[in-house]
Design a protein around this ligand. Structure first.
Ligand SMILES: [Ca+2]
Ligand SMILES: [Ca+2]
Length: 284
């Protein structure tokens, strides 16, 4: 990075800090939003997987750091009408298109939020999957290494944490969020739950900053999360094709009838569905 670019980034950062101080005063006037842990869980977890959901809790410097969004942002929601946002600042600020999101809740250190969701894993589970994007107002410089981490029973799942220095981030398209950089595509994480069959697990989503000798409560980062599914929570549903009326074949007291296969949703793939009599059989 040349000297001019470095100076520009420093000036940009200084500006964000000054705006953060203004936002901090403003934020004290805002009543905490009502995005309770169960509401965030309902927004994030798919309806079928909610059958396995047993609990939810949040640890944060402010209740404003978790938000349920009922508006489209960056391709979300990806399941239902709402999705969850976790931020190291005011999560609702994410929808300030092209704006700035820098709010300090904890001047003595970092702003951190952790959302814990507990699930009873089915006895024959498949994968845990969810959609996510990570956005940051923070420029990708090593000294302010904001991150999004996802853990199962306190152990990060493969691919996490992602940080402003390791994630693929680019300016938002469309520019409908406050973050200057965000994942360009919706990411889908997948984690094999076979070793946890029949157990209770805690899935933790955390947004914070890898602290060093100084705290960094300003210049925020956030994660959007939706469509969390655990294969096996929802028993398979089989939908048969519509009834078919068919004439006898010529000179026959019946006909060979072909019909489309049933559709299957839920359950743990692969699910083998056998039809009797098979499509193409002779029906009398
Ligand atoms: Ca949703
Ligand atoms: Ca903050």
């Amino acid at each position: 990075m040349d000297e001019k670019e470095s100076q520009r980034l420093n000036e940009e950062r200084q500006r964000k800090h000054e705006e953060a101080n203004v936002n901090k005063e403003k934020s004290q006037l805002i009543q905490p939003l009502q995005a309770t842990p169960p509401e965030l869980a309902e927004a994030i977890v798919s309806p079928g997987t909610q059958l396995c959901l047993t609990g939810s809790s949040i640890t944060a410097n402010s209740p404003l750091q978790g938000e349920v969004f009922n508006i489209p942002l960056q391709g979300f929601p990806t399941n239902g009408n709402s999705f969850g946002g976790l931020s190291s600042g005011i999560a609702a600020d994410a929808s300030i298109a092209g704006g700035t999101c820098s709010t300090c809740f904890n001047p003595a250190g970092d702003d951190t939020i952790s959302l814990d969701l507990t699930f009873d894993v089915p006895t024959n589970p498949g994968n845990l999957t969810f959609d996510w994007k990570f956005g940051a107002e923070e420029s990708p410089i090593t000294s302010f290494n904001d991150f999004f981490n996802v853990l199962v029973n306190a152990v990060p799942i493969p691919g996490f944490p992602v940080t402003v220095n390791t994630a693929v981030l680019s300016p938002p398209v469309p520019n409908d969020v406050c973050y200057s950089l965000i994942s360009p595509m919706i990411q889908t994480a997948s984690f094999d739950l076979t070793p946890f069959a029949g157990q209770t697990i805690t899935v933790t989503f955390q947004v914070s900053y890898f602290g060093s000798v100084f705290g960094d409560c300003v210049v925020d980062s956030a994660a959007f999360i939706d469509n969390l599914q655990i294969e096996g929570c929802e028993p398979p549903t089989i939908t048969c094709p519509d009834n078919i009326t068919q004439e006898n074949d010529p000179s026959q007291c019946g006909a060979n009838v072909t019909y489309p296969p049933p559709t299957v949703s839920g359950g743990v793939p692969p699910i083998d569905v056998v039809c009797t009599p098979a499509s193409g059989s002779f029906f009398i």
